[in-house]
Design a protein around this ligand. Sequence first.
Ligand SMILES: Nc1ncnc2c1ncn2[C@@H]1O[C@H](COP(=O)(O)OP(=O)(O)O)[C@@H](O)[C@H]1O
Ligand code: SF4
Ligand SMILES: [Mg+2]
Length: 352
Amino acid sequence: MAIPAPAAPRGPYLRVADLRVRFSTSDGVVRAVDGVSFEVERGRTLGIVGESGSGKSVTSLAVLGLHDPKRTAVSGRILVGGRDVVGLDEESIRRLRGRDMAMIFQDPLSALHPYYSVGRQIAEAYRIHHPGAGRAESRTRAVEMLDRVGIPQPAKRYDQYPHEFSGGMRQRAMIAMALVNDPDLLIADEPTTALDVTVQAQILDLLSDLQAEFHSAIVLITHDLGVVGQVADDVLVMYGGRAVEYGSAEQVLRRPQHPYTWGLLSSVPSLHGDAAADLVPIPGSPPSMINLPAGCAFHPRCRYADRTRDRAYHDVPELRQVRERGHLVACHLPEDLRLRIHAEEIADAGVA
Ligand SMILES: Nc1ncnc2c1ncn2[C@@H]1O[C@H](COP(=O)(O)OP(=O)(O)O)[C@@H](O)[C@H]1O
Ligand code: SF4
Ligand SMILES: [Mg+2]
Protein backbone atom coordinates (compact mmCIF):
# COMPACT_ATOMS: atom_id res chain seq x y z
CA MET A 1 0.00 0.00 0.00
CA ALA A 2 1.32 3.39 -0.94
CA ILE A 3 2.13 5.66 1.96
CA PRO A 4 0.36 8.99 1.48
CA ALA A 5 2.60 12.03 1.28
CA PRO A 6 2.40 14.25 4.37
CA ALA A 7 -0.23 16.93 3.93
CA ALA A 8 1.18 20.38 3.31
CA PRO A 9 0.45 22.62 6.31
CA ARG A 10 -2.78 24.48 5.69
CA GLY A 11 -3.21 28.22 5.84
CA PRO A 12 -0.74 30.96 5.02
CA TYR A 13 2.82 29.82 4.40
CA LEU A 14 4.21 32.87 6.22
CA ARG A 15 2.60 34.18 9.38
CA VAL A 16 4.17 37.06 11.26
CA ALA A 17 2.57 38.01 14.56
CA ASP A 18 3.45 40.98 16.75
CA LEU A 19 6.98 41.20 15.41
CA ARG A 20 9.27 43.56 17.30
CA VAL A 21 12.86 44.27 16.39
CA ARG A 22 15.10 46.48 18.50
CA PHE A 23 18.72 47.47 18.09
CA SER A 24 20.89 48.71 20.91
CA THR A 25 23.03 51.58 19.68
CA SER A 26 25.20 54.18 21.39
CA ASP A 27 22.42 56.72 20.75
CA GLY A 28 19.76 54.59 22.37
CA VAL A 29 17.39 51.79 21.53
CA VAL A 30 16.15 51.82 17.93
CA ARG A 31 12.63 50.41 17.78
CA ALA A 32 12.82 49.55 14.11
CA VAL A 33 9.75 47.27 14.06
CA ASP A 34 7.10 47.64 16.71
CA GLY A 35 4.34 45.04 16.75
CA VAL A 36 3.80 44.19 13.09
CA SER A 37 1.58 41.27 11.95
CA PHE A 38 0.83 39.94 8.47
CA GLU A 39 0.48 36.73 6.53
CA VAL A 40 1.12 35.50 3.00
CA GLU A 41 -0.29 32.43 1.29
CA ARG A 42 1.45 30.46 -1.41
CA GLY A 43 0.72 31.95 -4.80
CA ARG A 44 0.09 35.41 -3.34
CA THR A 45 2.18 38.55 -3.22
CA LEU A 46 2.20 40.88 -0.26
CA GLY A 47 3.58 44.34 -0.96
CA ILE A 48 5.12 46.10 2.03
CA VAL A 49 5.34 49.83 1.42
CA GLY A 50 6.46 52.90 3.28
CA GLU A 51 9.04 55.64 2.97
CA SER A 52 12.69 54.93 3.59
CA GLY A 53 13.34 54.10 7.25
CA SER A 54 9.89 52.72 8.04
CA GLY A 55 11.16 49.27 9.03
CA LYS A 56 10.56 47.30 5.83
CA SER A 57 14.02 45.81 5.41
CA VAL A 58 14.40 45.13 9.12
CA THR A 59 11.14 43.14 8.93
CA SER A 60 12.36 41.06 5.99
CA LEU A 61 15.76 40.41 7.54
CA ALA A 62 13.98 39.15 10.67
CA VAL A 63 11.95 36.68 8.59
CA LEU A 64 15.15 35.42 7.03
CA GLY A 65 16.88 35.22 10.41
CA LEU A 66 19.63 37.54 9.27
CA HIS A 67 19.88 39.87 12.27
CA ASP A 68 22.91 39.70 14.51
CA PRO A 69 21.53 38.19 17.73
CA LYS A 70 24.14 39.99 19.83
CA ARG A 71 22.92 43.44 18.88
CA THR A 72 19.32 42.77 18.02
CA ALA A 73 16.29 41.78 20.07
CA VAL A 74 13.66 40.04 17.95
CA SER A 75 10.35 39.01 19.52
CA GLY A 76 6.94 37.87 18.36
CA ARG A 77 6.27 34.94 16.06
CA ILE A 78 7.45 34.28 12.52
CA LEU A 79 5.95 31.04 11.27
CA VAL A 80 7.45 29.80 8.02
CA GLY A 81 5.59 26.72 6.81
CA GLY A 82 4.42 26.25 10.41
CA ARG A 83 7.87 26.53 12.04
CA ASP A 84 8.68 29.49 14.26
CA VAL A 85 12.00 30.96 13.16
CA VAL A 86 12.26 33.45 16.05
CA GLY A 87 15.03 32.16 18.28
CA LEU A 88 15.81 29.25 15.95
CA ASP A 89 19.47 28.22 16.04
CA GLU A 90 21.76 29.43 13.26
CA GLU A 91 22.23 25.99 11.72
CA SER A 92 18.48 25.29 11.37
CA ILE A 93 17.75 28.70 9.95
CA ARG A 94 20.58 28.35 7.46
CA ARG A 95 18.97 25.15 6.24
CA LEU A 96 15.66 26.93 5.69
CA ARG A 97 17.30 29.86 3.96
CA GLY A 98 17.94 29.22 0.29
CA ARG A 99 15.76 26.11 0.32
CA ASP A 100 12.38 27.04 1.84
CA MET A 101 12.86 30.78 1.68
CA ALA A 102 15.04 32.89 -0.55
CA MET A 103 15.73 36.56 -1.07
CA ILE A 104 16.36 39.09 -3.78
CA PHE A 105 17.93 42.40 -2.88
CA GLN A 106 18.12 45.77 -4.55
CA ASP A 107 21.78 45.35 -5.36
CA PRO A 108 22.65 42.02 -7.02
CA LEU A 109 26.36 42.80 -6.65
CA SER A 110 26.02 42.44 -2.89
CA ALA A 111 24.70 38.90 -3.38
CA LEU A 112 26.93 37.80 -6.26
CA HIS A 113 30.61 37.14 -5.67
CA PRO A 114 32.76 39.06 -8.18
CA TYR A 115 35.37 36.28 -8.59
CA TYR A 116 33.12 33.37 -9.52
CA SER A 117 31.14 32.94 -12.69
CA VAL A 118 27.44 33.67 -12.36
CA GLY A 119 26.48 30.15 -13.40
CA ARG A 120 28.81 28.54 -10.92
CA GLN A 121 27.27 30.54 -8.07
CA ILE A 122 23.79 29.39 -9.05
CA ALA A 123 25.00 25.79 -9.33
CA GLU A 124 26.60 26.09 -5.87
CA ALA A 125 23.36 27.44 -4.40
CA TYR A 126 21.70 24.31 -5.78
CA ARG A 127 24.35 21.91 -4.48
CA ILE A 128 24.25 23.27 -0.94
CA HIS A 129 20.69 22.04 -0.62
CA HIS A 130 21.08 18.99 -2.87
CA PRO A 131 24.23 17.36 -1.54
CA GLY A 132 23.70 14.33 -3.80
CA ALA A 133 23.77 16.40 -6.97
CA GLY A 134 26.86 16.04 -9.13
CA ARG A 135 28.60 18.80 -11.08
CA ALA A 136 26.86 18.06 -14.36
CA GLU A 137 23.41 18.02 -12.80
CA SER A 138 23.98 21.30 -10.93
CA ARG A 139 25.30 22.92 -14.07
CA THR A 140 22.31 21.78 -16.08
CA ARG A 141 19.98 23.06 -13.41
CA ALA A 142 21.74 26.45 -13.33
CA VAL A 143 21.61 26.80 -17.12
CA GLU A 144 17.90 25.94 -17.04
CA MET A 145 17.29 28.64 -14.46
CA LEU A 146 19.29 31.25 -16.42
CA ASP A 147 17.16 30.36 -19.42
CA ARG A 148 13.96 30.51 -17.38
CA VAL A 149 14.65 34.04 -16.15
CA GLY A 150 15.13 35.22 -19.72
CA ILE A 151 18.91 35.38 -20.04
CA PRO A 152 19.81 34.77 -23.70
CA GLN A 153 22.44 32.13 -24.52
CA PRO A 154 22.34 30.73 -20.99
CA ALA A 155 25.00 28.07 -21.55
CA LYS A 156 27.49 30.73 -22.63
CA ARG A 157 26.38 33.20 -19.97
CA TYR A 158 26.94 30.51 -17.32
CA ASP A 159 30.70 31.08 -17.51
CA GLN A 160 30.61 34.86 -17.40
CA TYR A 161 31.28 37.01 -14.33
CA PRO A 162 28.85 39.41 -12.64
CA HIS A 163 30.59 42.50 -14.10
CA GLU A 164 29.92 41.14 -17.60
CA PHE A 165 26.16 41.33 -16.97
CA SER A 166 24.05 44.49 -17.29
CA GLY A 167 22.09 45.64 -14.23
CA GLY A 168 18.87 44.05 -15.46
CA MET A 169 20.62 40.78 -16.37
CA ARG A 170 22.32 40.68 -12.97
CA GLN A 171 18.95 41.06 -11.31
CA ARG A 172 17.64 38.20 -13.43
CA ALA A 173 20.63 36.09 -12.41
CA MET A 174 19.93 36.81 -8.75
CA ILE A 175 16.32 35.75 -9.26
CA ALA A 176 17.58 32.55 -10.87
CA MET A 177 19.79 31.92 -7.86
CA ALA A 178 16.95 32.63 -5.43
CA LEU A 179 14.59 30.25 -7.23
CA VAL A 180 17.01 27.44 -8.04
CA ASN A 181 15.80 25.41 -5.04
CA ASP A 182 12.14 26.15 -5.68
CA PRO A 183 11.54 27.99 -2.38
CA ASP A 184 8.05 28.35 -0.94
CA LEU A 185 8.75 31.89 0.19
CA LEU A 186 10.53 34.58 -1.77
CA ILE A 187 11.37 37.93 -0.23
CA ALA A 188 12.28 40.68 -2.67
CA ASP A 189 13.57 43.88 -1.06
CA GLU A 190 13.41 46.82 -3.49
CA PRO A 191 14.28 44.45 -6.36
CA THR A 192 13.72 47.02 -9.08
CA THR A 193 14.69 50.27 -7.38
CA ALA A 194 18.10 50.49 -9.09
CA LEU A 195 16.73 49.71 -12.56
CA ASP A 196 15.31 51.99 -15.22
CA VAL A 197 11.57 51.94 -15.74
CA THR A 198 11.53 49.60 -18.75
CA VAL A 199 13.75 47.00 -17.13
CA GLN A 200 11.82 47.42 -13.89
CA ALA A 201 8.59 46.48 -15.68
CA GLN A 202 10.28 43.44 -17.25
CA ILE A 203 11.55 42.21 -13.90
CA LEU A 204 8.12 42.65 -12.30
CA ASP A 205 6.54 40.70 -15.17
CA LEU A 206 9.12 38.00 -14.71
CA LEU A 207 8.36 37.74 -10.99
CA SER A 208 4.64 37.39 -11.73
CA ASP A 209 5.28 34.67 -14.33
CA LEU A 210 7.60 32.79 -12.03
CA GLN A 211 5.11 32.97 -9.23
CA ALA A 212 2.42 31.41 -11.39
CA GLU A 213 4.89 28.63 -12.19
CA PHE A 214 6.49 28.07 -8.77
CA HIS A 215 3.48 28.98 -6.66
CA SER A 216 5.56 30.57 -3.94
CA ALA A 217 4.51 33.16 -1.39
CA ILE A 218 6.16 36.48 -2.26
CA VAL A 219 6.87 39.46 -0.03
CA LEU A 220 7.76 42.43 -2.19
CA ILE A 221 9.22 45.37 -0.33
CA THR A 222 9.29 48.76 -1.96
CA HIS A 223 8.96 52.46 -1.26
CA ASP A 224 7.14 52.73 -4.60
CA LEU A 225 3.36 52.29 -4.53
CA GLY A 226 3.37 52.14 -8.31
CA VAL A 227 5.37 48.90 -8.14
CA VAL A 228 2.98 47.49 -5.57
CA GLY A 229 0.02 48.41 -7.75
CA GLN A 230 1.48 46.28 -10.54
CA VAL A 231 2.05 43.04 -8.67
CA ALA A 232 0.67 42.87 -5.13
CA ASP A 233 -2.46 40.98 -4.05
CA ASP A 234 -2.28 42.42 -0.55
CA VAL A 235 -0.63 45.54 0.80
CA LEU A 236 0.84 46.44 4.18
CA VAL A 237 1.67 50.10 4.72
CA MET A 238 4.33 50.76 7.35
CA TYR A 239 5.15 53.99 9.14
CA GLY A 240 7.64 54.39 11.98
CA GLY A 241 8.03 50.63 12.37
CA ARG A 242 4.30 50.00 12.68
CA ALA A 243 1.57 48.85 10.34
CA VAL A 244 -0.81 51.72 9.62
CA GLU A 245 -2.96 50.10 6.92
CA TYR A 246 -3.35 46.53 5.74
CA GLY A 247 -5.71 44.86 3.30
CA SER A 248 -6.13 43.66 -0.25
CA ALA A 249 -4.44 45.76 -2.94
CA GLU A 250 -7.91 46.79 -4.06
CA GLN A 251 -8.81 48.04 -0.57
CA VAL A 252 -5.56 49.81 0.21
CA LEU A 253 -4.91 51.33 -3.20
CA ARG A 254 -8.49 52.06 -4.32
CA ARG A 255 -10.22 52.71 -1.00
CA PRO A 256 -7.36 53.82 1.25
CA GLN A 257 -8.38 55.09 4.68
CA HIS A 258 -5.15 56.13 6.37
CA PRO A 259 -3.92 59.71 5.90
CA TYR A 260 -0.37 58.39 5.40
CA THR A 261 -1.54 56.08 2.60
CA TRP A 262 -3.35 59.05 1.04
CA GLY A 263 -0.07 60.93 1.17
CA LEU A 264 1.86 58.10 -0.45
CA LEU A 265 -0.75 57.73 -3.15
CA SER A 266 -0.84 61.38 -4.05
CA SER A 267 2.91 61.35 -4.55
CA VAL A 268 2.82 58.50 -7.10
CA PRO A 269 2.27 59.51 -10.72
CA SER A 270 1.06 56.18 -12.12
CA LEU A 271 -1.70 55.76 -9.56
CA HIS A 272 -2.76 59.35 -9.51
CA GLY A 273 -4.23 59.72 -12.96
CA ASP A 274 -2.39 60.90 -16.01
CA ALA A 275 -1.04 64.31 -15.12
CA ALA A 276 2.11 64.69 -13.09
CA ALA A 277 0.97 68.22 -12.29
CA ASP A 278 -0.89 67.50 -9.06
CA LEU A 279 1.69 65.32 -7.36
CA VAL A 280 1.93 66.31 -3.73
CA PRO A 281 4.83 65.09 -1.62
CA ILE A 282 4.11 64.38 2.06
CA PRO A 283 5.40 67.36 4.08
CA GLY A 284 8.13 66.77 6.67
CA SER A 285 10.21 63.65 7.02
CA PRO A 286 9.97 60.19 8.61
CA PRO A 287 10.41 60.07 12.39
CA SER A 288 13.42 58.94 14.39
CA MET A 289 13.02 55.35 15.50
CA ILE A 290 14.78 56.15 18.76
CA ASN A 291 12.27 58.83 19.69
CA LEU A 292 8.97 58.20 17.98
CA PRO A 293 6.40 60.97 18.39
CA ALA A 294 3.90 60.09 21.14
CA GLY A 295 0.45 58.90 20.14
CA CYS A 296 0.07 58.47 16.40
CA ALA A 297 3.63 58.62 15.08
CA PHE A 298 2.34 60.28 11.92
CA HIS A 299 0.71 63.21 13.76
CA PRO A 300 3.44 65.81 13.13
CA ARG A 301 2.88 65.37 9.40
CA CYS A 302 -0.86 64.75 9.40
CA ARG A 303 -3.30 67.45 8.26
CA TYR A 304 -6.10 65.87 10.30
CA ALA A 305 -4.39 65.34 13.65
CA ASP A 306 -6.43 68.10 15.34
CA ARG A 307 -9.68 66.45 14.27
CA THR A 308 -9.18 63.50 16.63
CA ARG A 309 -9.96 65.42 19.87
CA ASP A 310 -6.28 65.31 20.76
CA ARG A 311 -6.14 61.54 20.81
CA ALA A 312 -3.55 61.58 18.01
CA TYR A 313 -1.12 63.27 20.41
CA HIS A 314 -1.47 60.75 23.26
CA ASP A 315 -2.81 57.36 22.17
CA VAL A 316 -1.16 55.04 19.71
CA PRO A 317 -3.98 54.12 17.31
CA GLU A 318 -4.54 50.39 17.07
CA LEU A 319 -4.79 48.62 13.75
CA ARG A 320 -8.51 47.86 13.54
CA GLN A 321 -10.74 46.33 10.95
CA VAL A 322 -12.96 48.84 9.17
CA ARG A 323 -16.37 47.96 7.79
CA GLU A 324 -14.92 45.98 4.95
CA ARG A 325 -13.66 42.58 6.02
CA GLY A 326 -9.89 42.15 5.93
CA HIS A 327 -9.18 45.89 5.69
CA LEU A 328 -7.37 47.28 8.74
CA VAL A 329 -6.49 50.87 9.55
CA ALA A 330 -4.69 52.51 12.49
CA CYS A 331 -6.16 56.00 12.78
CA HIS A 332 -8.30 57.70 15.43
CA LEU A 333 -10.58 59.43 12.94
CA PRO A 334 -14.00 57.80 12.73
CA GLU A 335 -14.38 55.75 9.56
CA ASP A 336 -17.21 57.88 8.18
CA LEU A 337 -15.14 61.00 8.56
CA ARG A 338 -12.17 59.34 6.83
CA LEU A 339 -14.36 58.29 3.92
CA ARG A 340 -15.76 61.80 3.62
CA ILE A 341 -12.36 63.48 3.76
CA HIS A 342 -10.94 61.15 1.16
CA ALA A 343 -13.89 61.58 -1.19
CA GLU A 344 -13.48 65.37 -0.90
CA GLU A 345 -9.74 65.18 -1.53
CA ILE A 346 -10.22 63.11 -4.64
CA ALA A 347 -12.85 65.52 -5.88
CA ASP A 348 -10.51 68.46 -5.22
CA ALA A 349 -7.66 66.82 -7.04
CA GLY A 350 -9.93 66.19 -10.00
CA VAL A 351 -9.01 62.55 -10.18
CA ALA A 352 -11.70 60.07 -11.15
N1 LIG B 1 21.56 47.29 12.24
C1 LIG B 1 20.91 48.37 12.63
N2 LIG B 1 21.25 49.03 13.74
C2 LIG B 1 20.58 50.13 14.15
N3 LIG B 1 19.54 50.67 13.49
C3 LIG B 1 19.14 50.06 12.37
C4 LIG B 1 19.80 48.89 11.86
N4 LIG B 1 19.18 48.51 10.72
C5 LIG B 1 18.19 49.39 10.52
N5 LIG B 1 18.16 50.33 11.50
C6 LIG B 1 17.18 51.42 11.64
O1 LIG B 1 15.89 50.85 11.65
C7 LIG B 1 14.99 51.69 10.96
C8 LIG B 1 14.28 50.92 9.87
O2 LIG B 1 15.21 50.60 8.86
P1 LIG B 1 14.85 49.80 7.54
O3 LIG B 1 14.04 48.61 7.89
O4 LIG B 1 16.14 49.55 6.83
O5 LIG B 1 13.97 50.83 6.73
P2 LIG B 1 13.34 50.66 5.27
O6 LIG B 1 11.87 50.76 5.46
O7 LIG B 1 13.87 51.82 4.50
O8 LIG B 1 13.78 49.35 4.70
C9 LIG B 1 15.79 52.88 10.44
O9 LIG B 1 15.63 53.92 11.37
C10 LIG B 1 17.21 52.37 10.46
O10 LIG B 1 18.10 53.41 10.65
S1 SF4 C 1 -4.59 59.21 14.16
FE1 SF4 C 1 -4.70 61.39 13.77
S2 SF4 C 1 -2.60 61.97 13.29
FE2 SF4 C 1 -2.73 59.77 13.07
S3 SF4 C 1 -3.19 59.44 10.95
FE3 SF4 C 1 -5.16 59.48 12.02
S4 SF4 C 1 -5.81 61.60 11.85
FE4 SF4 C 1 -3.65 61.58 11.35
MG1 LIG D 1 14.96 49.00 3.02
